[in-house]
Design a protein around this ligand. Structure first.
Ligand code: NAP
Ligand code: F7E
Length: 343
């Protein structure tokens, strides 16, 4: 049984990771920052809220990070904390850098100063590939970030590699491609689509405004990805691993798949900012392009090559984008039917 600290336990990944660790009998500590309302809804949804020992942590405060690590003395630390919404990172670049980079520096420095030999997992991201220099992207592909979010994550990633080499720390980076689930935040495009379509279907909501429908992502299923985080820290040495499904879909395809699950039969008309998606059966407008959702610079193509994780960690993703769209659609229809779209 390991003593585990999850920093960022209230997020999508934190909740699934906590469930996996509680399930294998670990003593799980969940670090979170105070808020004006409860943030433990995802843990409650997974039925494990009372199995997690909560502690207060603000990752940008070195003294606080040091005190928490000293008090808990975990064997394993998963740093999932981040300002994780790429769109917002253009509006809040300083704040994003503080949480995503200084936060990681604080954790690494606290481990060094306290002379702790805990194993650290850092949540790196496929966004670091940015304007991709190779297709598909593996651990060997050079990074070329396109947002303040990606730059901050690349700085943190480089620091983890540096501390691993300089101090011999067991610090591992998972370069995870997009992963979604029924517990995904509502600002991300998959959840925005499924939650909004459910409200169109059951509550007669207006059509959903979207940004770049041609953007390509390699979408996986979050619980499978958090299982891989555990495997990365159970591995015999610290390293970098790409976690992806090696498949690709456009945002438009995800929209059509989710819509089909809800009984819509979409057809697209027009191009670029004029594109609109109608339901063939009713002629109703379901989705349209709204330039307000375009990004200052957007990552338009991501598809991973997970060969290293397959070989060294035994990774084989099973839940792919069509099934993810189906599960999220069913879940959000149920929520909307209960009068609680969760927005
Ligand atoms: P998420 O749902 O946005 O969760 C982020 C977590 O970080 C939340 O628990 C949040 O707490 C916490 N946090 C934010 N600022 C903090 C601070 N200053 N101090 C302490 N905690 C703070 O993100 P996710 O989708 O679960 O992703 C988990 C991690 O993986 C993130 O680092 C993300 O950047 C990275 N990642 C995600 C994906 C993906 O597709 N999901 C892919 C690659 C990498 P509050 O509840 O208080 O906001
Ligand atoms: O956007 C396009 C958007 O916000 C995906 C985070 O978990 O994964 C996530 O970052 C694509 C982009 O995810 C809308 O322009 C079109 O091209 O769902 P997203 P993301 O930016 O890929 C990575 C791996 C992380 O590390 C991040 O933490 O979809 N898009 N229309 C839209 N995106 C949003 N959000 N909303 C739209 O209306």
């Amino acid at each position: 049984m390991a003593r585990v600290l999850i920093i960022g336990v209230t997020g999508q990944d934190g909740a699934f990771l906590a469930r996996a660790l509680v399930g294998r009998g670990d003593e799980v500590y969940g670090a979170m920052r105070r808020g004006s309302t409860s943030k433990t809804g995802r843990l409650k949804e997974l039925g494990i809220r009372d199995k997690v020992n909560f502690c207060s942590l603000e990752v940008t405060e070195f003294a606080n990070v040091q005190a928490v690590l000293d008090e808990i003395r975990p064997d394993l630390i998963f740093n999932l904390s981040a300002q994780s919404f790429v769109g917002d990172s253009f509006k809040f670049p300083h704040y994003t850098s503080g949480v995503n980079y200084i936060g990681v520096l604080n954790i690494l420095e606290a481990l060094r100063v306290l002379k702790m030999d805990a194993r650290l997992y850092q949540a790196s991201t496929s966004e670091m590939y940015g304007d991709v220099l190779e297709k598909p992207q593996s651990e060997k592909t050079p990074f070329n970030p396109l947002s303040p979010y990606a730059v901050s994550k690349l700085a943190a990633h480089s620091l983890v590699v540096n501390y691993r080499h300089a101090y011999g720390m067991f610090a591992t980076s998972g370069i995870l491609f997009n992963h979604e689930s029924e517990l995904r935040g509502y600002e991300f495009v998959t959840r925005k689509i499924t939650s909004w379509l459910a409200r169109i279907k059951l509550q007669d909501a207006e059509a959903v405004p979207l940004g770049n429908l041609s953007s390509v992502r390699d979408w996986g299923y979050a619980p499978e990805y958090t299982d891989m985080m555990v495997r990365m820290l159970d591995h015999d040495k610290p390293d970098d691993f790409v976690i992806s499904t090696n498949t690709e879909h456009t945002v438009r395809e995800f929209l059509f798949m989710a819509a089909q699950e809800m009984g819509f039969d979409l057809v697209s008309e027009g191009e670029g900012v004029d594109e609109k998606c109608f339901d063939r059966k009713t002629g109703k407008l379901i989705a349209y392009v709204d330039p307000r959702y375009f990004r200052a610079s957007d990552v338009v193509y991501l598809r991973g090559d997970n060969s290293k994780a397959q070989e060294q960690l035994g990774w084989k993703p099973e839940v792919l984008a069509p099934e993810i769209a189906r599960r999220m659609a069913i879940y959000d229809l149920k929520k909307a039917a209960a009068g609680n779209p969760g927005l």
